[in-house]
Design a binder for this molecule. Structure first.
Ligand SMILES: [Zn+2]
Length: 463
């Protein structure tokens, strides 16, 4: 398909409802999806939930849903979807790995890999992190613990499993990464993956005997398909037809290896093209602490949205840091940013110019708006924070111009000229805000439609 753009997010485990750390990634994906829609591309945006595996099985049991895991995950998936919608994530499909079409497709995929001679049985005797749902090498551990789950004791697992010949694809993966610099972003993650390959890729179990909540292995109901093998395939299940290969898979840094190395090997084995870009986002901490149930500092996005509004939270998350690095958020900082950049910055600019237009009877004809190339370059390079900074430089510059030339004291042609440039600037700012703050951009563009402009309620009342 020409002119298509297929973007996916990581799908979240249904052991618990997603928090603002997960939503950060969905908002990045949403901004890119909206940008590509505005470019006139055919966009398909997939997100969802990863519902099988030991971690989910255990949480269901703790919550009193032992043997009724599906009922448990139904609740979480519904809540996750609502969290995403609360902040206007415009996905085309919310896929669940318990969906019938996914289960069916996953089994077909397994059979393709089997036909390639890449599945065999053997005994696994090694380390497993239940937090990551991942088989780890000794070299992955830091002080004997998984670096992503320092409070969780890694398990020693000994079971007879089906294995995937991951090692067979070592040269293929290395060559692909070296010849496709755009394949893994940012570069630090690319280097990390190359160094993992250099340490030696080992075959990996792709089934589990002790996990019941999963997709049964074809022709062997005593085993279920390993949750990562199952989950990665969702990106192909979710293709509504003609969108594969994915243009962007976006995922958290703890998932890099599975997306950048395991998934491409699986795809090669089953005879599919590889995704174009693996975009890895850093983590957010809250007041300097990991956002987690055990730290007791979970913030639900829908609660933040109730307090600040969807666009204000989107703005803050995207402006807070470059996508690829880690960053820290706090309620105080969101509030400060809200009052400074939104209430006093953008909101004030729009209100002042609209008022002057209304009072002076100013009228104008709409002109066609286009994206600035420097702004587009930021988006194409995934520097969303810099694109927002560029837009805010225009906001600040316009507020400064109004203050310095005291527009409220102008009249006649002087006022008309000032307003003409002010209105043009505001329309341009709103146009560039569309992927980031869709509601606000829409409100401003319809208020500043011409020929007459009227005042309206403040966009961002001070908090
Ligand atoms: Zn872990």
């Amino acid at each position: 398909m020409d002119n298509k753009f297929y973007i996916t997010t990581a799908i979240d485990y249904t052991n618990d409802t997603i928090h603002v750390g997960h939503i950060y990634q969905k908002v990045i994906a949403d901004t890119l999806a909206r940008y590509h829609r505005l470019l006139g591309e055919k966009v398909y945006f997939l997100t969802g939930t990863d519902e099988h595996g030991g971690k989910v099985e255990k949480s269901a049991k703790t919550a009193g849903f032992e043997g009724k895991e599906k009922e448990f995950v139904n609740q979480i998936a519904k809540a996750d979807e609502a969290e995403q919608k609360s902040i206007n994530v415009s996905f085309d499909r919310f896929i669940r790995t318990t969906d019938d079409d996914h289960v069916k497709f996953c089994l077909e995929f397994w059979e393709k890999v089997e036909k390639s001679g890449d599945i065999y049985t053997a005994e696994y005797d090694g380390i497993y992190c239940e937090g990551c749902e991942a088989f780890l090498n000794k070299s992955d551990l830091k002080d004997g613990k998984c670096p992503f789950h320092p409070n969780l004791e890694p398990k020693i697992i000994k079971e007879k499993n089906y294995f995937f010949r991951w090692s067979k694809y070592t040269d293929f993966l290395k060559n692909h990464i070296l010849t496709h610099p755009e394949f893994i972003w940012p570069e630090s993650r690319r280097n990390e993956m190359l160094s993992f390959i250099n340490q030696g890729i080992q075959d990996i179990p792709i089934s589990r005997t002790t996990i019941k909540f999963g997709i049964p292995v074809p022709n062997d109901p005593t085993q279920t398909i390993y949750v990562w093998f199952d989950a990665l395939i969702n990106y192909l299940t979710g293709d509504p037809g003609g969108f594969w290969p994915a243009d962007i898979h976006i995922l958290g840094k703890d998932n890099t290896r599975w997306h950048a190395l395991l998934w491409p090997a699986m795809l090669k084995s089953a005879g599919y093209e590889l995704p174009k870009t693996i975009l890895v986002n850093g983590f957010l901490t809250l007041n300097g602490q990991k956002i987690s149930k055990s730290s007791g500092n979970i913030i639900k996005t829908s609660e933040l949205v109730k307090k600040f509004g969807a666009d204000a939270v989107r703005y803050y998350l995207l402006k807070s840091k470059p996508i690829g690095t880690d960053g820290d958020i706090s309620l105080e900082k969101i509030k400060e940013g809200y009052n400074a950049d939104l209430a006093n910055g953008l909101g004030n600019l729009v209100a002042r110019v609209a008022k002057l237009c209304e009072n002076s009877g100013f009228d104008f004809q709409e002109t066609k708006l286009e994206f600035d190339s420097s702004w587009e370059n930021h988006l194409e390079a995934f520097y969303l924070n810099e694109a927002l900074e560029e837009t805010w430089a225009h906001v600040n510059e316009n507020n400064k111009r109004i203050n310095e030339s005291k527009w409220w004291k102008l009249s006649g042609t002087e006022l008309q000229t000032a307003l003409r440039s002010g209105v043009d600037s505001i329309r341009k700012i709103a146009f560039h805000l569309q992927p980031f703050m869709p509601d606000t951009a829409g409100k401003i563009l319809s208020q500043f439609k011409g020929p007459k402009i009227k005042s309206s309620a403040p966009l961002f009342p001070r908090i």
